[in-house]
Ligand binder design. Structure first.
Ligand SMILES: [Mg+2]
Length: 258
């Protein structure tokens, strides 16, 4: 099996090193990742300058681009063989609820959405995300991803991927299939004056989880709920953002008016 690994925290991030190490027994693992952190880049592609991949070790490439660039390039010409699976991560921090809209970890996985096996975005969800500095911090999560792949990945329709969030605990309780929850509005922006007297701003932290209506599901909880209770959260997500119920209503209204 040829496995492509990408991320948005950059080629030198401990999470991607732990993931590559854990998956190597499963086949040929090729790591292609941004040369520096590109968190929050979603599915952005670089269109205004050339991409220059640099091989920094056997089967390990740094790219002066985005997470999605890395996967796009890997599947479209950088290699003369095909990949069987794309895994993105392990991200330093959760990608729960609304985060999937911004996440470069998820963006990289979506770039692998037409593969036969579902691409997987993996994030480590801990209380203090910036405390992770070594691959060992990601070892439990990386081992879980290895075991999950060995069990056999679920079959999903085309253009669907799995968004996996692993709580930062020494012993996982198991995994739950979840739906994508919601966050409150992000925390306030932080404004400063730089040394040259110019006003600058930092985007605020993500909002807290919202207690979400359960969307008509009885036994199924949100991604936030699973992680908060010590379970790995596995959410199937899709490229098609159309709301078909609203589409049908609008279609009926427009037809009546027209
Ligand atoms: Mg990141």
């Amino acid at each position: 099996m040829n496995i492509l690994i990408a991320n948005d925290d950059g080629i030198f991030a401990p999470g991607i090193q732990a993931l590559a190490q854990a998956l190597r027994p499963l086949g040929r693992v090729v790591v292609v990742a941004p040369e520096a952190e590109r968190s929050g880049f979603s599915s952005a592609l670089t269109l205004d300058r050339p991409l220059r991949p640099i091989q920094i070790a056997p089967d390990m490439w740094a790219v002066n681009g985005t997470p999605a660039d890395c996967v796009y390039l890997s599947m479209n010409g950088l290699f003369n063989f095909e990949f069987d699976l794309v895994v993105s991560g392990i991200n330093n921090g959760a990608n729960l609820g609304d985060d999937v809209l911004y996440s470069g970890t998820v963006g990289a996985a979506f770039e692998g959405r037409l593969m036969k096996q579902p691409a997987i975005a993996v994030s480590l969800a801990g209380p203090n995300v910036r405390s992770y500095e070594t691959p060992e911090d990601f070892a439990v999560a990386a081992q879980w991803v290895h075991d999950f792949i060995v069990q056999g990945l679920p079959v999903l329709p085309p253009r669907h991927i799995l968004n996996v969030n692993i709580p930062d605990v020494t012993e996982l309780k198991g995994a739950k299939i979840t739906y994508q929850g919601r966050r409150n509005q992000s925390k306030p922006i932080s404004s400063h004056v730089d040394p040259r007297g110019r006003q600058v701003y930092w985007i605020g932290l993500s909002g807290e989880a919202v207690a979400d209506p359960k969307k008509g599901l009885t036994d199924i909880e949100s991604d936030f709920f699973a992680v908060a209770n010590g379970y790995v959260s596995v959410t199937p997500i899709q490229m098609d953002a159309t709301n078909y119920a609203i589409l049908n209503n609008l279609h009926a209204q427009f037809s009546k008016n027209g």
